[in-house]
Ligand binder design. Structure first.
Ligand code: PBG
Length: 326
């Protein structure tokens, strides 16, 4: 053989050659669009730290869901922002509450053409902003919270959610939700477990998106950024409890975790490209510092390459449109 050997570069010579030999591809069906609906809005309200993302009205949410179907997006994950909050997050259980109603409205709009997912967590509904209820010392009470999650899950399943996404990182949440679903006759409602969810500074813009009341942090229930092996334990526990899919979150600073989980998980793996990851790229692009479309595409492809089967991203519909045209 003569040297240098140009074997690697031969496969990069033309766009068609690169396309043919690509190891990973993005497809609209892999993407899940997270969407916010806020009670009492008369028109969509922009989220300043997430340019291009809004808090929806019922009408604009239905349009966004219909557009996602049109573009071939795989699913939608719904978050509700209620008008009234209390210590127990009571509005999360009301069948007419903002999130349960949104699930019903989206279901009426798109039926089974899009996988409809609901966030099962109390942080949007509590007046203290924690993902669970508090004990007398202000510590998030795991088991008292579980009882509410079970009822929330049933309310969302009744509203028509195909998948529930418990994001609160309470121990035992998957088991309790699974049992509540079975007992209420929702045996086909699936659970996407936020299994390895880290306490992250990159959630910042989300707090604006859901008008979060949180003072302090979630470090007593979300994972510590220093830990890698522990993610496997979290995933194993959720699988034992009956998780149908598992998630790693955030995505971009946790690609090692994603690769580890993808290597061991027998069920589909999701990754959530979160609000701060979105905001960073949008901010740099708005300043002309990076190519927006290139950076978005590369970031999501990187998450896929690391092992995600599906990616939750605020760019889901826009990216799906690009994928369709290319
Ligand atoms: C909690 C929840 C959070 C996100 C999704 N679900 C916030 C948190 O844990 O503080 C963050 C999503 C994002 O930042 O895009 N219900």
């Amino acid at each position: 053989m003569s040297f240098p050997n140009h074997r690697p570069r031969r496969l990069r010579t033309t766009p068609a050659m690169r396309r043919l030999t690509a190891e990973n591809r993005l497809a609209p069906a892999d993407l899940i669009l997270p969407a916010f609906i806020r009670e009492g809005l008369t028109e969509p309200s922009p989220i300043s730290s997430m340019p291009g993302v809004v808090q929806h009205t019922t009408e604009s949410l239905k349009r966004a869901a219909a557009e996602a179907v049109e573009l071939g997006v795989g699913g939608i994950m719904l978050f509700g922002v209620p008008e009234v909050r209390d210590a127990q997050g009571t509005a999360s259980l009301d069948p007419e509450g903002v999130l349960n109603k949104a699930i019903r409205d989206v279901k009426a709009e798109v039926g089974d053409d899009l996988v409809i997912m609901g966030d099962v967590c109390l942080d949007e509904f509590t007046d203290h902003g924690h993902c669970g209820v508090l004990d007398s010392e202000g510590y998030v009470d795991n088991d008292a919270t579980l009882e509410i999650y079970g009822r929330m899950a049933v309310a969302q399943a009744e509203a028509g959610a195909h998948v529930l996404g418990p994001s609160g990182m309470m121990d035992g949440q998957i088991a309790v939700i699974r049992q509540a679903l079975e007992e209420s006759g929702h045996k086909n409602t699936a659970v996407l477990a936020y299994a390895a969810k880290y306490a992250s500074a990159f959630y910042g813009p989300f707090r604006e998106a859901v008008d979060s009341q949180l003072k302090g942090d979630r470090r007593t229930y979300q994972m510590d950024a220093a830990n890698r092996r522990e993610a496997i334990l979290e995933v194993e526990l959720d699988l034992e409890e009956g998780a149908d899919m598992v998630m790693v979150k955030p995505a971009m600073s946790y690609l090692d975790i994603l690769a580890d989980v993808a290597a061991m998980s027998p069920v589909p793996v999701s990754a959530y490209q979160i609000s701060g990851e979105y905001a960073m790229i949008e901010a740099a692009a708005a300043n002309g510092w990076i190519d927006r479309r290139g950076a978005i595409t590369e970031s999501v492809l990187g998450i896929k390459r690391a092992g995600a089967d599906t990616v939750l991203t605020y760019w889901a519909s826009e990216l799906a449109g690009w994928l369709k045209e290319s």
